[in-house]
Design a protein around this ligand. Structure first.
Ligand SMILES: Cc1ncc(COP(=O)(O)O)c(C=O)c1O
Length: 307
């Protein structure tokens, strides 16, 4: 049986694949099972930001695998604490807290859950929780039930209805359309500063600033999905910093280039005070609010990260 035949027989057909079986990679090149070399312009789906099998990254993974492959989040690990510190000090530059996940969709689900928590604190006029997250047309936030519902593309949602309620999709980069964007139940905005999957659409600085102003006026959350555009892909550590660097978001999600090939994602919540008692936004996700079995050891050990 050839490898494509084996896939046909045993792997769920959710992807259309190119007729190539890849066996090795190094730097910018990959090799197929017939020994032919290719320049890889894709690097996963925007994942291998350090190229294939960078020796220092491989060494970091080997070292950690030889010491401790897994512990749960019921314990402390040096690597997770160092990575969170690295994220805050060198990549985000704002006080906040990180939660580590395995993928971008999960990271976005974490942001959506956090927004709903916030909506319980900042209720509607009648005391009911606010819950609606406004997202944008042509956006892509992932394939879980939550992140798919947040995604403003009908083709992604087709055949999986009913969608999780609580999302509305506005035209991207359209400041005029923001006029009536906020309803009583609206709790925040989630957007990619540079849309990727729905076509390459860069948010204008004016658009991001208009959202920031609305967020401040109505006490909403501004959340950036940096899963594809973050981690240096737009020239800055974070894509929004390349557009409107002064904005201080409330939440951010990552994956893809963050791990360079190791399945890792994260979401981040700001430490900013959200009420007169000084309650930090990040504190709304306390013990028992969220979890992930594989979220504890993070192999992208910070000391191997900055090249
Ligand atoms: C902007 C954005 N958000 C979220 C995701 C979902 O990430 P994952 O496939 O790791 O769940 C993607 C994946 O393409 C993406 O481009």
């Amino acid at each position: 049986m050839t490898t494509p035949e084996r896939f046909e027989e045993h792997v769920l057909g959710t992807y259309g694949r190119f007729p190539l079986t890849l066996v090795e990679g190094m730097g910018t090149r990959v090799t197929d099972d017939a020994g032919r070399g290719y320049l890889d312009f894709c690097m996963g789906i925007a994942v291998c930001s350090l190229g294939h099998c960078h020796p220092r990254m491989v060494a970091a993974i080997r070292e950690q695998a030889g010491k401790l492959i897994h512990v749960s989040n019921l314990y402390y690990t040096d690597s997770q604490g160092l990575l969170a510190e690295e994220m805050n000090l060198h990549h985000i530059g704002l006080p906040g807290k990180n939660f580590f996940s395995n993928s971008g969709a999960e990271a976005n689900d974490g942001l959506i859950k956090s927004a709903r928590r916030y909506g319980h604190l900042k209720t509607q006029a009648d005391g009911k929780p606010r819950f609606e997250v406004v997202t944008f047309q042509q956006s892509f936030h992932g394939r879980t039930l939550g992140s798919m519902a947040a995604t403003g593309q009908a083709k992604i949602q087709q055949g999986f209805d009913p969608m999780l309620p609580g999302f509305r999709y506005l035209p991207f980069n359209d400041i005029a359309a923001l006029e009536n964007a906020v309803r009583d139940e609206t709790v925040g905005f989630l957007l990619e500063p540079v849309q990727g999957e729905g076509g390459i659409h860069v948010a204008s600085a004016e658009f991001l600033r208009a959202l920031d102003a609305l967020r401040k006026k109505h006490d909403l959350l501004l959340m950036f999905d940096e899963v594809q555009a973050g981690f240096g892909r737009c020239g800055e550590a974070m894509a929004w910093r390349a557009i409107a660097p002064e904005i201080e978001p409330d939440g951010i999600s990552w994956a893809k280039g963050m791990g360079g090939g190791v399945p890792i994602g994260a979401f981040w919540l700001s430490d900013r005070a959200v009420d007169e008692k000084g309650t930090q936004l990040s504190s709304l996700m306390g013990p028992g609010s969220h979890g992930s079995t594989y979220g504890a050891i993070r192999w992208s050990a910070p000391q191997h990260w900055r090249f």
